[in-house]
Design a protein around this ligand. Structure first.
Ligand SMILES: *Cc1c(COP(=O)(O)O)cnc(C)c1O
Length: 493
């Protein structure tokens, strides 16, 4: 299988090159040249999570042999998740919650970021690459920690993570600033997530144009969901959820299932669309947003308009106005037109607005629905679901849970609805406590224990252990200083 950029078709590269490059030279995102054939889902859905992962990974990265991939999956996941099922499906009230947060950092990004370092190391070997890889990552909170943990002490790879200053939860910040490992670095940026992400993209663009400064070696890459190696592992849990619905007797094979996805950069929900294209019986993919509801408007009208206020909410990983992976979806829906990438994305960066033609819009509507919740509704949902079912939602999952209920109410066809749960509630203890009527002024790690006392639910070990850990990183830079910061840190070695 070969990959091409969404913005021009001149370059044609292998999967391992696409993983190593992260983003294409023209600023576009890598996509399979042709979409893989439909999988034999009936057979696949009888398999274990590891086996499903092996099949899906090899579908996209066909350079790796069966034996190689088997070993890669084992290295990616063994001992890192609570169980080898990775992502359990739980019945909560009248719907299902797909728990994606049982990895090393208690966020769903662990699913992909446990696999990406293995993909990169192996891709590096396949390409015979000698230089170090330098991973640059912008994070709205969860990617950063999951990437740091995934790449920690991986030979031949260094990682620098940027996060918006005061734009992540205190627990998320502590997770990153206390990160261990000899090849890791984190730095805050004065600005919001979009500024941080744009800053990282500009570093890539500048290095692509000018090359590395003199006397400096290394190749930049990305661990953000613009990297195709991030997207592919996320397809797997759409399949395992369906498999688990089958074994619970909630569906029979072929029944369409709706998935509600709390969405930020559009990576997670796009993986759901890939699953559907691979033949999984997916009904609607429901895009759930918080008050930054630009995607709700887009999916309802076909007009993307980022000229609007930016809100900091209790679900910070969804506080995003430029959803990078939407470019991949539009590329597919417009029959791989390079225009989707280049002209719409140019319009977006120049005027902040673009509108898709009716034909593309109709295809979007066949597959996607959207809705959003405000801060009060998110808090109410956490409270209500806990009172009625004893299940504790994190704010991101609460947004999706509520949107999923709203959708079921208005949908013409009632189908089983799976809500993707993207974080442990313990990553956002202040917001969750206040939803339950407890207004804590305690330091972040104390709140973990207050939440546990209030709900009787166990704190994930990786979070309770933050208490007393040494803070290793305190740097804060302006968004204009990011390039110089990176180069000066690399010079230090
Ligand atoms: C990253 C993240 C999201 C959004 O996922 P995207 O792939 O960016 O759409 C939602 N919830 C949590 C907790 C996250 O960390």
């Amino acid at each position: 299988m070969f990959y091409k950029s969404t913005r021009s078709h001149n370059e044609r590269i292998t999967g391992s090159s696409a993983i190593l490059n992260g983003i294409a030279k023209d600023g576009g995102l890598y996509m399979p040249e042709t979409f893989p054939e439909k999988l034999d889902c009936g057979a696949l859905l009888k398999k274990s999570t590891y086996e499903i992962a092996e099949t899906i990974f090899r579908t996209f990265f066909s350079e790796f042999s069966e034996a190689e991939m088997k070993d890669m999956v084992r290295r990616a996941y063994d001992g890192k998740f609570r169980s080898s099922d990775l992502t359990p499906l739980i019945k909560v009230g009248d719907r299902y919650v797909l728990e994606l947060f049982h990895g090393p950092t208690s966020a769903f990004k662990d699913v992909a970021l446990s696999a990406l370092p293995v993909f990169m190391s192996e891709a590096k070997k396949k390409q015979g690459m000698k230089e170090d890889i330098i991973i640059l990552t912008a994070t709205s909170g969860d990617t950063g920690k999951a990437a740091l943990e995934g790449f920690k002490d991986v030979p031949g790879i260094r990682i620098i993570v940027f996060y918006p200053y005061q734009g992540v939860s205190p627990i998320q910040e502590l997770q990153m600033t206390t990160q261990e490992g000899g090849n890791v670095l984190t730095c805050a940026v004065r600005g919001n997530f979009d500024d941080t992400q744009t800053g990282v993209k500009e570093i890539f663009n500048r290095v692509n144009k000018e090359g590395m400064p003199e006397n400096m070696n290394g190749v930049f890459s990305s661990a953000n969901s613009i990297n195709i190696g991030r997207l592919v592992p996320q397809i797997v849990y759409y399949f395992t959820a369906y498999r688990d619905l089958l074994s619970a007797g909630a569906v029979t094979f072929g029944d369409l299932v709706d998935y509600t996805v709390p969405t930020g950069n559009f990576g997670d929900i796009l993986a759901g669309y890939f699953a559907k294209e691979l033949g999984l019986p997916v009904g609607k993919l429901i895009c759930a947003s918080n008050e930054n509801n630009i995607l709700t408007d887009f999916i309802e009208t076909g007009r993307y308009d980022k000229n609007r206020p930016f809100y900091k909410t209790s679900s910070p990983s969804m506080d995003i106005l430029v959803s990078s992976n939407l470019e991949r979806l539009l590329y597919l829906l417009s029959d791989r037109s390079e225009e989707a990438g280049s002209s719409w994305m140019n319009a977006l960066s120049e005027t902040g607005v673009y509108e898709i033609p009716e034909k593309v819009f109709n295809k979007l509507r066949e597959n996607f629905e959207a809705d959003f919740t405000d801060e009060v509704q998110t808090a109410e949902t956490i409270n209500e679901v806990f009172r009625e079912t004893g299940y504790l939602l994190d704010p991101h999952t609460a947004v999706a849970y509520r949107v999923s209920k709203l959708y079921t109410e208005r949908a013409a066809e009632k189908r089983v609805n799976v809500v993707l749960s993207t974080a442990s509630p313990y990553k956002f203890p202040k917001a969750v406590l206040s939803s339950l009527g407890v207004y804590s002024e305690s330091p972040a790690f104390r709140e973990l224990f207050e939440l546990s006392e209030k709900t009787g639910k166990e704190i994930p070990k990786n979070l309770s252990e933050l208490q007393g850990k040494e803070v290793r990183f305190r740097d804060v830079v302006d968004k204009t200083e990011m390039y110089d910061y990176v180069m000066s840190q690399l010079k230090k070695g």
